[in-house]
Design a protein around this ligand. Structure first.
Ligand SMILES: [Cu+2]
Length: 203
């Protein structure tokens, strides 16, 4: 949250449109994490998918990555089309709970981000749910980093406030329920492009 670790259920965050909000749930998939070499060429892909629950699962073993200098990374917030079909992921509880209804196209939710926001001083619920291949966000992470070939942590930070700004100023008053709304899901897809940063932390 603009550099501060997320705390659940505290009405202390602000959207670019001026709403104060809290977070009660954050689940999403990351996939196709591509590390970009210094000459700009893709230099290794972590296919995933990585299921993230901000209230629980936030770490993954990425296996061995090539040491060297990188200029950044790209990733998908969600699932590539080949996986985003009903039954396309293993039948774990997490995946089943992320299912996107067949009548709405099937596959999986890319993200569930829920909480409350203040509207005229009274709290209202919001549920930001995004799915469908058309609304898959291709995030660009422009931070250079160097892998030293030893063990360490590749930290991917998701700034939730970015979902509410640039290029679209997302208005929770009209956008408190995004699921199936093409305009809202399109805004969230576009806003997510710059929502992630990457950093390498040696052990
Ligand atoms: Cu939903």
């Amino acid at each position: 949250m603009d550099g501060v670790p997320l705390a659940f259920d505290t009405m202390c965050y602000a959207t670019a449109a001026g709403h104060t909000y809290s977070v009660s749930r954050l689940e999403y998939y990351l996939s196709e994490i591509v590390l970009i070499g210094v000459d700009g060429t893709p230099d290794g892909t972590i296919h995933g998918p990585c299921y993230v629950n901000a209230g629980g699962t936030t770490s993954f073993d990425l296996g061995a990555l090539s040491g060297g200098a990188y200029s950044g990374a790209t990733l998908l917030l969600g699932l590539p089309p080949g996986m985003n079909v009903t039954g396309g992921l293993p039948n774990t509880l997490e995946n089943v709970n992320m299912a996107w209804p067949d009548p709405m196209g099937g596959g999986y939710h890319f993200i569930k981000f829920e909480g409350h926001f203040l509207e005229d001083a009274s709290p209202n619920g919001f549920a930001i749910h995004v799915g469908n291949n058309s609304y898959l966000a291709h995030a660009e992470l422009g931070q250079a980093f160097t892998l030293d070939g030893a063990s360490g942590t590749l930290a991917l930070r998701f700034n939730l406030n970015e979902l509410f700004r640039t290029p679209h100023t997302y208005d929770l008053s009209s956008g408190n329920y995004s699921m199936g709304n093409m305009v809202l899901m399109g805004q969230l897809r576009d806003n997510a492009v710059d929502a992630f940063t990457i950093e390498y932390r040696p052990l």
